[in-house]
Design a protein around this ligand. Sequence first.
Ligand SMILES: NC(=O)c1ccc[n+]([C@@H]2O[C@H](COP(=O)([O-])OP(=O)(O)OC[C@H]3O[C@@H](n4cnc5c(N)ncnc54)[C@H](O)[C@@H]3O)[C@@H](O)[C@H]2O)c1
Length: 327
Amino acid sequence: MVKVGFIGTGGFTRHHVNILSELDNVHVVGFVGSSQKKADAFAQQYPEASGYDSLEVMITREQLDAVYICVPPMGHENYEEILIEHNIPFLVEKPLGVKEETVREIKQKVKDTNHLTSVGYHFRYADIIATFKELLKEQKVGAVSGKWMGSMPGVYWWKNQEQSGGQFNEQTTHIVDLIRYLFGEIQSVYAQEVNAVTAKADPSVTVADVGLFILTLENGLIVQISNTSVMPDGLGDVGIQVYTDTSMIEWKMGHLEMKKVDKVERFIAKKNPYLSESKAFIHAVETGDRSKILSDYEEGWRSFKVALAAEKSVTEKRAVPISEIVE
Ligand SMILES: NC(=O)c1ccc[n+]([C@@H]2O[C@H](COP(=O)([O-])OP(=O)(O)OC[C@H]3O[C@@H](n4cnc5c(N)ncnc54)[C@H](O)[C@@H]3O)[C@@H](O)[C@H]2O)c1
């Protein structure tokens, strides 16, 4: 039985606990919250788990095999360092944080200790993303565009630039990560962002709510990404479009479509990528075989670096090479 602890008692901890309940070999034993009260209230819903206000105490009391870190970008404290010191593998939700130095230091410690990690870029595990990758092998890619168009999540920290790092770091990072996964490493970013709507209604909003980004890849491809968080809940448009020498391909969360001159092929997602992500991580914890993990901390760092470069580009109003972000 793999004993798992969680850090964070919010929406995504609940989501992962539900996913893990589908695995017979996993036992969720504890939750670390931002206070003992919150942790206890959350743990009460799971009779076999306890609440803690400190990761160290959870480590002392429970025989942990792995930990899921599901805290907001500004709330990572020194959790990763503690887990590395205690040799406890972790799955950490994207994005890796907001502070460049902190994430870089963790990346280095993970590397030095060969620590077992996974980062929550779950789209990589989608069956239709595997199909997308296969389809691209047969075609010459011309133009690529990606988008994350939605509403502003209701959690208090998201609208605050210092706490979340903004839309590009928080959500559009999934698109950036898929661009890297499907098309190759990014060389530079040119970004423009504005707050067009939401700050006028709520002065505590400090993130941009509209952004346009041009990514130049190391292989010469140019990719355009756009995002917004101005729409009402319930409206959304997230996806990637590719125009090749033989087709137009469009990926949206649940399906993939390839149009050729004489035919259209549609692929519907059949597997839950979050379940595949957890299966790969738990398998690695049990066996030491990391081959099924599609995004480890080093990979997550590479996607995080693109967000750092985009932020720099907005401030300095120029295209920023990723190489300016120190390794
Ligand atoms: N991969 C995905 O599809 C996906 C989807 C949603 C959220 N996420 C990510 O999951 C993470 C958490 O998001 P959420 O939706 O659960 O947010 P949330 O606000 O619902 O929950 C965050 C929880 O962390 C707790 N917390 C905050 N600071 C803490 C600290 N220092 N120590 C311990 N606990 C602390 C809060 O009290 C809260 O319980 C974010 O990084 C988010 O981007 C990923």
